[in-house]
Write a protein that binds this ligand. Structure first.
Ligand SMILES: [Zn+2]
Length: 221
């Protein structure tokens, strides 16, 4: 009886893909936003393409892990440590614009309106997702303020501009940082908010971002 049962289920198993394809599908579905269907589409695209294209993709993935790291000063993604922004002597090293992700930094850099340095949090506080201050680079930021040697060129930080996205989590992160910065001798400002809640810095136009930087408001002297 039990043998019959096994025989019935085995044709089902033979319908699965060959092991290497299944391995690729398993890895692809680990990526954010990729379900089984999308993974199959990507895998079949790779299978249809030539070997060279597949190798290029594989190399791009391994290279990004071996060649790219985080700046030891600002945590931005970089090929060289410190990153070119921290390294530049033309930037105002006494100002730090705090952003959530490297993509926010890129959006602001594209406006060419900001000449200070950055601090990339690599996330935001989100208690519902179990993400606390210890999971972002908040402590590095505070140490950078407390110990100028940890800032680019050893320059003491005078102004911290909070540039989190105006979402519930972004606001919560700004609130936390403000509470931590209050006892420190720095000017705290926030990017101006002429925009509805929930907009992302990544999608804002250059003009809007430039206005937000220019019109930044003081949180505390
Ligand atoms: Zn840097």
């Amino acid at each position: 009886m039990s043998t019959k049962g096994q025989n019935e289920s085995s044709p089902k198993r033979s319908l699965s893909y060959p092991a290497p394809v299944e391995r690729l599908l398993t890895e692809l579905t680990r990526l954010p936003g990729i379900g089984r269907r999308s993974a199959e589409r990507l895998a079949f695209h790779v299978l249809r393409g030539d070997k060279q294209a597949a190798e290029k993709l594989a190399h791009a993935i391994t290279d990004v892990k071996s060649a790219i790291g985080h700046c030891s000063i600002c945590s931005n993604l970089t090929e060289h440590d410190p990153c070119p922004i921290c390294e530049s002597e033309k930037r105002d090293r006494s100002k730090i614009l705090v952003v959530e992700q490297p993509r926010d930094l890129i959006a602001i850099e594209q406006t060419a309106m900001y000449q200070g340095l950055y601090h990339v949090l690599l996330g935001r506080i989100s208690p519902l997702d179990g993400i606390g201050p210890e999971h972002i680079t908040a402590r590095d930021l505070l140490q950078r303020i407390d110990n100028p040697k940890r800032n680019a060129g050893g320059v003491p930080i005078q102004e911290v501009i909070l540039g989190m996205n105006p979402t519930v989590e972004g606001d919560g992160t700004a609130l936390y940082l403000t509470s931590q910065l209050e006892s420190r001798n720095v000017r705290i400002t926030r990017l101006a908010r002429g925009l509805p809640s929930g907009w992302s810095m990544e999608l804002a136009s250059k003009a809007i971002l430039a206005d937000a930087i220019e019109g930044r408001q003081q949180v505390r002297e």
